[in-house]
Write a protein that binds this ligand. Structure first.
Ligand code: AMP
Length: 402
């Protein structure tokens, strides 16, 4: 079955058409600047070996964006299917399923209402995701749709891991707790890791380090997530591109008084001006720039940022080994995790040698493949696994639709 995977943001819509039986991408692309001047569709018909096509056309709303995607997919020159009938289902990436969704689900009217109830937990993302569902339903009536939640994989966390040390009434009244994000990636990578180390998923202890612009770590024990670093929102945990990660909450009050800023202004700083962008004193949020500075022996930017970032990752790895009473595989994924041998080296050489871990530098320098990059026979293995959230969404979608 061909599954159209949709990842809808407030002004963008990423898509992939995936043949779920062969697990192959047929076409992919992105609609950019929806509702803004200068909107365009960037489209690649992978299955027919076609090159990237850019279609510049006004997209006043997401329905127009989806229409342009469907037109491109069915086009006589650049299309990959003859008609919409060849698209069997749509899988939507949804950010927040709260406590209501512990797994992917077929989208019904009741499900849409339940997702709306989670909107206040992800006010920037969930409403945009719902707009994507609405646009697809208008243009593809009768085609089954599935919602795949970023939070679902982490719903198996025990209470001791998801509760914050604040009055319990806030959990009861507002469901304030740790939810975790990037769940589809943690799910995909942990499954792949158990295959690679040859241990049944239900019997393995895996740590997944999803290190991208947004970054999170999870502990997956016997096939279930038992802890993860992001919280009520994706602000908690690791130091990220622009997000602060863990910090003393009293800092908010301190800055508010010193700088005369409102809570909203401070939240903007913690989300958009912190992380390595903040630590580098505004130099860059992009890890490639930070790495270049590190290689040029720029102690202020490179060393400070990469060491702070890597130290935080290593601390979480340590914590999750304790949470799981050991670990079989530590996996690196996402933009930084997959592509940065330097950061993997800092983490493994500086902090994980006590486990007997040694990296094969030739393998550590390879890109774009699933690899075990550690050489030690005993002890945990270090893995690099390119994540594939779209494939995971296609898998869940076709399983539920069948
Ligand atoms: P993601 O959010 O998963 O798309 O990851 C984006 C981040 O990955 C950006 O900060 C990029 O700078 C970073 N990244 C991509 N390629 C590399 C690379 N070769 N070395 C270090 N970081 C990289």
């Amino acid at each position: 079955m061909n599954v159209l995977v949709i990842n809808c943001g407030s002004s963008s819509l990423k898509f992939q058409l995936i043949d779920s039986a062969g697990e192959k991408v047929i076409a992919k692309g992105i609609c950019e600047r929806i509702g803004i001047e200068g909107s365009r569709l960037v489209y690649t018909p992978v299955a027919i070996g076609g090159s990237k096509t850019i279609i510049e056309e006004a997209m006043p709303d997401h329905t127009k964006a989806v229409q342009m995607v469907l037109d491109a997919l069915c086009d006589s020159k650049i299309g990959v299917v003859k008609s919409l009938e060849e698209i069997g289902a749509v899988g939507h990436r949804l950010v927040h399923g709260g406590e209501k969704f512990a797994a992917s689900t077929l989208i019904t009217e009741e499900v849409i209402e339940a997702i709306k109830e989670c909107n206040e937990l992800a006010p920037l993302h969930n409403p945009a995701n719902l707009i994507g569902i609405d646009a697809c339903q208008k243009l593809m009536p009768g085609v089954p749709m599935v919602g795949v939640f970023d939070t679902a994989f982490h719903q198996s966390m025990p209470e001791k891991a998801y509760l914050y040390g604040i009055p319990y009434e806030y959990y009861k009244k507002y469901k304030i707790r740790r939810y975790g994000f990037h769940g589809t990636s943690h799910n995909y990578v942990s499954h792949k890791a158990s295959e690679m180390i040859g241990k049944p998923y239900e019997e393995s202890k895996i740590i997944v380090c999803h290190l991208g612009n947004g970054a999170s770590i999870s502990a997956v024990r016997n096939g279930k997530c038992v802890d993860t670093s992001m919280g009520l929102t994706p602000l908690e945990g690791l130091i990220m591109g622009t997000r602060c990660g863990d910090m003393d909450p009293a800092i908010i009050e301190f800055i508010a008084h010193k700088e005369g800023k409102s809570i909203d202004e401070i939240m903007e700083i913690l989300n958009k001006k912190s992380g390595v962008l903040g630590i580098s004193d505004g130099f860059s949020s992009d890890f490639r720039d930070i790495e270049d500075a590190y290689l040029e022996e720029d102690d202020v930017v490179g060393k400070r940022c990469l060491e702070a970032f890597s130290y935080r990752v290593a601390k979480y790895i340590g914590a999750y080994m304790v949470a799981m009473d050991g670990v079989d595989a530590i996996c690196f994924t996402a933009g930084v995790g997959e592509n940065s041998p330097i950061i993997r080296n800092i983490i493994c050489d500086n902090y994980l040698q006590f486990l007997g871990i040694e990296l094969d530098q030739e393998l550590n320098n390879k890109r774009g493949q699933d690899l075990i990059i550690s050489t030690n026979e005993k002890g945990p293995k270090i893995l690099v696994i390119p994540t594939d959230e779209e494939l995971m969404i296609a898998r869940d979608t076709s399983a539920l639709v069948k």
